[in-house]
Every structure is written in structure tokens, then in C-alpha cells.
Ligand binder design. Structure first.
Ligand code: ADP
Ligand code: MG
Length: 349
């Protein structure tokens, strides 16, 4: 529905593989000290440092991870980078380089790839990341994007999922559930558009939700915020699949249980009003929605005073012993077991 039917179309065959690679990468300038050689040779070269290296990869498949009928390609490029950087930041590391590999069918003209790379470039500039390489190939159907992000951190600063201890506080950054609701709004508009293509959607009430879905940001700021507050989390993970499944990862890897308080889960007012309109439970959305790309971490209870009152951070619960299990305390004071899907956990509410 966002496609411009009048835009020019240059076929990828006209350019050839090398022409295409040169065309899409020529505007990128590497600027990190650790990048010795970026795109252009057989392989990239990075400077050796005394820090540890953090590497993470994501593969995104059209029709599985994204739907181009409502996701503009520039946003897709931006988001594809951001979701990778989020994993680096979740290790409490600094991201510095990415590689980008794409497979595209002949349905895509050069202009589409330019849009995708405009988004990739914007993310690189915003987060100060160098594009150092990738691969380009054809696919018989649809688009695939694979991005690898590379970062670094001092050995002592890296935060794993397995360090949470009994009595630790559980903290989340920002607010939860908006990205999932943004997707629901976009899906609804897509269905309306199918029935009546002349219908102009009124999305004013959902701007925050749609932005969180189409243009998420990774929490690059949290590492320095924690450093300034003199807080070293004991475990950390980024929230890509919803609070419920992420806290389960921390608990299983740390061999502990937890208690999450429903009334402490941070929600934007637009999430609350849209949940009412769609008649869904906002807690379920926060627990199982996903794609928020906020950070979830645990800190020693001794850090309570430092965390408390920070507008970026919400204390949502605490770590328990393993035998106590993983529980959600509802607003009514009822304790429910957190299941792999928050939706199931709330079924008997
Ligand atoms: P090779 O044949 O050795 O794989 P390529 O011709 O595929 O080399 O790539 C040439 C250069 O362009 C390399 O530096 C490679 O990393 C880079 N490159 C290729 N495809 C992409 C892409 N989609 N995005 C960014 N860089 C790319
Ligand atoms: Mg290649």
C-alpha cells in the first residue's frame, strides 16, 4: 500500500552483480578506528584490540519475518541493522561493524535495493557502525537479508544471561508491547485496504505503536547509563520475543526462579488505549508481544537506590530460588505460573 507505482525501475541484470555492489556500497564511509579495510577486497580487515570480540547474526526472510506490503524498504533496512545491534548491546558491548548479505529475486528493481540500503546507511550513521562487507546473490522468490554485527567489550564488562542471583532485582528499560500492537494496527489496515483500496487509513492514534514496529531503536544508551550509575548488571538480554520468554532464558541459564509484578510492567498510554480498543490484555501483549528491543537485566538488591526513580528503568520484579518457580503476581494479588507463552499463563484469569 506504500508502493509508488510511478517510480522508475532499473533492472538488476542491467547493472550486473559487481555494478550493483559498487552502486549500493559507494556511499558508505567507514569511520571506526578498528576498521582497517571495509568493502572492496576479498575480505574485510579489523584491528586487533585487547578487548573481547562480540559477534551476532540474524537471517530475515520475506513472508516469514517481514511483509513488504506495509513495511517500506528503507524501514526494513534500518530495522534489520537495529535488531542485530540490540544483541550486541545486550552483551553490554559496543557495536562497530556489520556485514550485510542479501538475496533478491528479479521482482526487485535497483531502486528497491537503493531504498533498503538507504535505511541500512541511516542506521550505520545513527549508531556509528561501519559496513565492512557482505554478499549479494539472486533468489528465485522474495528477499532474504542476513546481517552480522561485530562489537567489542572489556572482558569484565560483558554481561551474560547466566549471572542472575536470588534476591536480584529484575529491571526493564523503556516500555513494552507497543511494537506488537503496531503490527496489529498495520495488519488491520492491510485487510481494510484489500477490501477498499481508496480508504485512507487514519493512524493518528497509533503513531507511537507504528513507529515502534517500523522504526525500532536499539538501547545503545543503556551501557553508558549503567556505567555512570556505577551499576554492573548480573545478567542481561534484549527483549525481542516478549518479557515472558526473555526472563525464562535468564532464569533457566542462571538456574533461578523469579517473580514479576503485573502492575510494575511499563506500558505507554497508547498501548493501554489500543489494548482496550482491540479488547486484548495489555499484560499479555507485554509478556508475549515481542520486537520491543528494550533490555531486560538483573541487578543486586544493593543497587536499588541507584535504579529507583530513573525514568528509563522500571523494576518489575525479583529473582527467587529455582524451586519457587517463575511467577506473575497479578494486580489482584493472584500468583500465576509464567509459561513459555504469556498468553497461556493468563488463560485462567
Ligand atoms: P567475492 O566474490 O570474493 O565473494 P564479492 O564480489 O561478493 O566478493 O564482494 C566484493 C566486495 O563487496 C566484498 O568486500 C564484499 O564483502 C562486498 N559486498 C558484497 N555484497 C555486499 C552487500 N550486499 N553489502 C555490502 N557489501 C557487499
Ligand atoms: Mg561474494
Amino acid at each position: 500500500m506504500l508502493e509508488d507505482k510511478n517510480q522508475s525501475r532499473t533492472s538488476l541484470e542491467q547493472l550486473g552483480e559487481f555494478g550493483l555492489i559498487n552502486h549500493i556500497t559507494k556511499h558508505f564511509k567507514a569511520s571506526n578506528k578498528s576498521t582497517v579495510k571495509a568493502v572492496g577486497d576479498d575480505a574485510a580487515v579489523l584491528e586487533k584490540t585487547d578487548k573481547q570480540t562480540i559477534i551476532t547474526t540474524d537471517l530475515l526472510v520475506e513472508g516469514v519475518h517481514f511483509d513488504l506490503s506495509y513495511v517500506p524498504l528503507k524501514h526494513l533496512g534500518y530495522k534489520s541493522v537495529v535488531v542485530n545491534l540490540s544483541d550486541v548491546y545486550a552483551m553490554n558491548a559496543q557495536a562497530e561493524q556489520i556485514t550485510v548479505s542479501i538475496a533478491v529475486s528479479n521482482r526487485f528493481p535497483l531502486e528497491a535495493i537503493e531504498e533498503l540500503y538507504a535505511g541500512i546507511q541511516l542506521a550505520c550513521e545513527t549508531y556509528h557502525i561501519d559496513l565492512i562487507g557482505g554478499d549479494t546473490t539472486s533468489s528465485t522468490k522474495g528477499m532474504l537479508i542476513s546481517i552480522t554485527a561485530i562489537g567489542k567489550a572489556d572482558k569484565e564488562e560483558i554481561i551474560y544471561r547466566n549471572g542472575a542471583k536470588e534476591t536480584d532485582l529484575i529491571v526493564v528499560t523503556g516500555d513494552l508491547g507497543a511494537a506488537y500492537l503496531g503490527l496489529q494496527v498495520l495488519e488491520r489496515e492491510k485487510q481494510v485496504f484489500k477490501v477498499n483500496p481508496n480508504n485512507q487509513p487514519d493512524l493518528d492514534n497509533y503513531t507511537y505503536l507504528i513507529e515502534r514496529q517500523l522504526k525500532p531503536e536499539a538501547r545503545k544508551d543503556i551501557s553508558s547509563l549503567l556505567k555512570d550509575m556505577d551499576v554492573q548488571p548480573t545478567a542481561m538480554i534484549d527483549i525481542s520475543d516478549g518479557l515472558s520468554s526473555e526472563i525464562m532464558h535468564i532464569c533457566s541459564q542462571s538456574n533461578v526462579g523469579c517473580k514479576i509484578y503485573e502492575d510494575k510492567i511499563p506500558l505507554d498510554p497508547q498501548v493501554i488505549s489500543t489494548c482496550e480498543e482491540f479488547d486484548i490484555d495489555s499484560t499479555m501483549v507485554a509478556l508475549s508481544g515481542g520486537e520491543d528491543y528494550e533490555l531486560l537485566f538483573t541487578v543486586s538488591i544493593a543497587d536499588f537506590e541507584k535504579i529507583k526513580g530513573n525514568p528509563n528503568l522500571s523494576i518489575v520484579g525479583h529473582i527467587n530460588n529455582k524451586a519457587a518457580g517463575l511467577n506473575l503476581v497479578t494486580r489482584a494479588g493472584q500468583e500465576l505460573e509464567l509459561k513459555a507463552q504469556g498468553w497461556n499463563a493468563l488463560e485462567n484469569k
